[in-house]
Design a protein around this ligand. Structure first.
Ligand SMILES: [Zn+2]
Length: 199
């Protein structure tokens, strides 16, 4: 009798464990956020962000003067996720690509910033530490590649002794707002090299 009860308990326990495993497996297939959003990002290859060639977004700066600072460490364990283009304060900042000014924003870290969303919506060009904006620049305005949109400065957390443009390209998933997105490295796109696969 005791033997039979023990056997039944064992069977019930085994069934329970099997059930938990099955539930977990099915959950992993369609329940995780990562598996739902990743394919959308992968759908737009990084090289597309440089299609047709980008304008180096600081007047008078040549490709061979750029350096790749994308993976540099920043405070609080962050990575840089952008490149810094050094230039004297007041040097014109140019739109790297065509788009619509989505947000003009004064932030603690970035200082005076501009977010320009490209046609199609998949990319946002981000310009930070500006000394000032081009006169009349407004949200909703369309800009052409090479159009002056501001000037190099050191607003936000940039060093006053080293004015520069902080330039980023963010890959935007459908529906993402200007402050979201995932940074891709602008350096290979600006110097005309084949971009390495995103990390
Ligand atoms: Zn920077």
């Amino acid at each position: 009798m005791i033997r039979r009860i023990a056997l039944m308990l064992l069977l019930v326990a085994t069934g329970y464990v099997a059930w938990v495993i099955i539930l977990n497996l099915s959950d992993g297939k369609d329940g995780s956020v990562a598996s739902r959003t990743e394919p959308q990002r992968e759908a737009v290859p990084v090289a597309e962000a440089g299609r047709g060639g980008l304008v180096i977004p600081v007047a008078g700066v040549r490709a061979d003067q750029l350096s790749d600072t994308f993976d540099d460490a920043r405070s609080e364990g962050r990575l840089h996720d952008a490149i810094d283009i050094m230039a004297p304060r007041g040097t014109p900042v140019l739109a790297a690509a065509a788009g619509t000014v989505e947000k003009i924003f004064d932030s603690e870290r970035g200082g005076l910033t501009i977010y320009v969303r490209r046609p199609g919506g998949q990319w946002i060009d981000y310009y930070a530490h500006l000394d000032g904006y081009a006169s009349g620049l407004a949200e909703g305005q369309k800009v052409k590649p090479g159009q002056p949109i501001g000037t190099v400065g050191s607003t936000g957390d940039a060093s006053v002794e080293a004015p520069h443009l902080h330039y980023a390209i963010n890959a935007m998933a459908p529906g993402e707002a200007w402050y979201q997105g995932k940074a891709i490295n602008p350096y290979p796109l600006l110097v005309g090299r084949k971009p390495s696969p995103s990390r």
